[in-house]
Design a protein around this ligand. Structure first.
Ligand code: GLA
Length: 405
């Protein structure tokens, strides 16, 4: 008996030693998690981080849920109200995660109930490390306990970050939380926020993710980096999305981060391009502004019906960049029913006339296409051979082309 125990210990130690020496991918045969049936189109909603950071409380979140309904955003498709970092403060003696009693005195269950009573879904945030990015308690070693707590509260969406997790292997760390969420029996969208470090587009779906961040954090700028190069402007993020299109599809999406539309650091022209580009990328559309005090222009951008329809197209294809010249580019996204969305962007600092041959966009040079302006929601003159747009600096057009019958 003693010998068998000793042998077992030896085999285990040997296994651990070999395991440590092998790359994470080779350690154990990894079982891909089956599709959880959620997020068949890119998730849409609101998240607290971009505008409020840690300055959140239950009144703020309730006000955002109210605004989603009263402004028409809910009717436009925005569903998830996600409370990001800083809602949690400690664990109790039994290890149960505790919401900040000063900021969330009613508790998370009551808040989830409120969000549900508005016809919306409720999301929350955690981290696979011991601490979150704001040093609140993470879920390490508490994955099943936390998932069960979330399910009890009525959580419908979990954003799972990557701070303080450097000694973990990413794929199994995310798969563990995915398994824990599934074990609750409650449908919970799983948002992997690993910042693209270990190319999550290659394993995020197998790890049970419905979406995965492809970069570090967005900041409210058209271009340029902040926070020692970690934060990226809209166009910096955009450049990192091209080439990832084959990894996206119904149930599993590349996530170029939440929207900054309406947060004040860009012009409305730039916010329109930001929103339209995210739609071309089949990106999750998660508003990150204060919905209770937004301008009519911001609301018009966030509720642009035909732009949202391009994002939410059931074919689930992510667009790609087919023309790139200094200061100008054209993105193309196949849509269901044989249509194609085409976005022309003037990235330069001056007004330009931008043209592209349809043959360069994967379209037929000889076919006449019915054209529709997706911002104006109006038909245009039929297009043949090429498209041309006069665009002020940082402006874009987005047209839907359908072969004429
Ligand atoms: C990371 C994430 C952000 C946000 C913060 C919260 O930076 O990438 O989206 O969740 O953490 O601390």
């Amino acid at each position: 008996m003693a010998l068998r125990r000793w042998m077992t210990a030896l085999v285990l130690l040997f296994g651990l030693a070999i395991g440590a020496a092998l790359p994470a991918s080779a350690q154990i045969a990894f079982k891909p998690r089956p599709d959880n049936g959620l997020a068949k189109t890119p998730p849409m909603g609101w998240n607290s981080w971009n505008k409020f950071g840690c300055n959140i409380d239950e009144a703020t979140i309730r006000a955002q849920a109210d605004a989603l309904v009263s402004t028409g955003l809910k009717d436009a498709g925005y569903t998830y109200v996600v409370v990001d970092d800083c809602w949690q403060v400690a664990r109790d003696a039994d290890g149960n995660i505790q919401a900040d009693p000063k900021r969330f005195p009613g508790g998370m269950k009551a808040l989830a109930d409120y969000v549900h009573s508005r016809g919306l879904k409720f999301g929350i945030y955690s981290d696979p490390g011991n601490g979150t990015c704001q040093d609140r308690p993470g879920s390490r070693g508490h994955e099943y306990q936390d998932a069960a707590t979330y399910a009890r509260w009525g959580v419908d969406y979990l954003k799972y970050d990557w701070c303080n997790a450097e000694d973990l292997a990413a794929r199994p760390a995310y798969a563990t939380m995915s398994d824990a969420l599934r074990a609750t029996g409650r449908p919970i969208v799983f948002s992997i926020c690993e910042w693209g470090i270990h190319q999550p587009w290659k394993w995020g779906k197998e790890a049970g993710g419905n979406l995965w961040r492809t970069t570090f954090d967005i900041w409210d700028h058209w271009s340029g980096r902040g926070n020692h190069g970690l934060w990226l402007g809209v166009t910096d993020i955009l450049d990192k999305q091209n080439g990832l299109e084959s990894f996206a599809g119904p149930g599993h999406w590349n996530d170029p981060d939440m929207l900054e539309v309406g947060n004040g650091g860009m012009t409305d022209t730039e916010y329109r391009a930001h929103f339209a580009l995210w739609a071309m990328l089949a990106a999750p559309l998660v508003a990150g502004n204060d919905l209770a005090s937004m301008s009519p222009q911001t609301l018009a951008i966030l509720t642009a019906k035909d732009i949202i329809a391009i994002d939410q197209d059931p074919l689930g294809k992510q667009g790609r960049r087919l023309v790139k010249r200094p200061g100008e580019e054209v993105w193309v996204k196949p849509l269901s029913g044989g249509a194609t969305a085409v976005l022309v962007l003037n990235r330069s600092g001056e007004t330009r006339k931008v043209s592209a041959a349809l043959a360069d966009l994967g379209l037929s040079a000889d076919t006449a296409y019915q054209a529709r302006d997706a911002w104006a929601q109006k038909p245009l003159a039929p297009v043949k051979g090429a498209i041309t747009a006069d665009l002020p600096s940082h402006a874009s057009i987005i047209w839907v082309l359908t072969p004429k019958a």
